[in-house]
Design a protein. Structure first.
Length: 95
């Protein structure tokens, strides 16, 4: 049995499956953030700071929604969503 077929045979809540989905979601969200930033600055002539803010908002929200629904197959509510944003903005402010 190949490594790939072993991976596909794992249950969806297995840590390796979740880690792979989490990593893939992060890469897609980062690319979305960057594409929006570049597009808004180069094509629409937005100020870089504003374009980065929009890219961050869209990319991070995309990441949250995809991770909740696809990676962890969990239910979300407003409290969890705002806690996620608080941690995200807090950690961004520290860096």
């Amino acid at each position: 049995m190949s490594l790939l077929s072993r991976f596909h045979a794992l249950p969806p809540d297995h840590i390796l499956v979740q880690a792979s989905k989490f990593l893939g979601t992060g890469v897609i969200a980062a690319l979305l953030d960057y594409a929006l930033y570049v597009g808004l600055v180069a094509l629409v002539a937005w100020p870089p700071t504003l374009a980065k803010g929009v890219g961050l908002l869209v990319g991070t929200t995309f990441s949250y929604v995809l991770n909740v629904r696809w990676t962890f197959q969990a239910q979300s509510n407003a409290r969890v969503f705002w806690r996620f944003w608080f941690v995200t903005l807090g950690s961004g402010g520290l860096s």
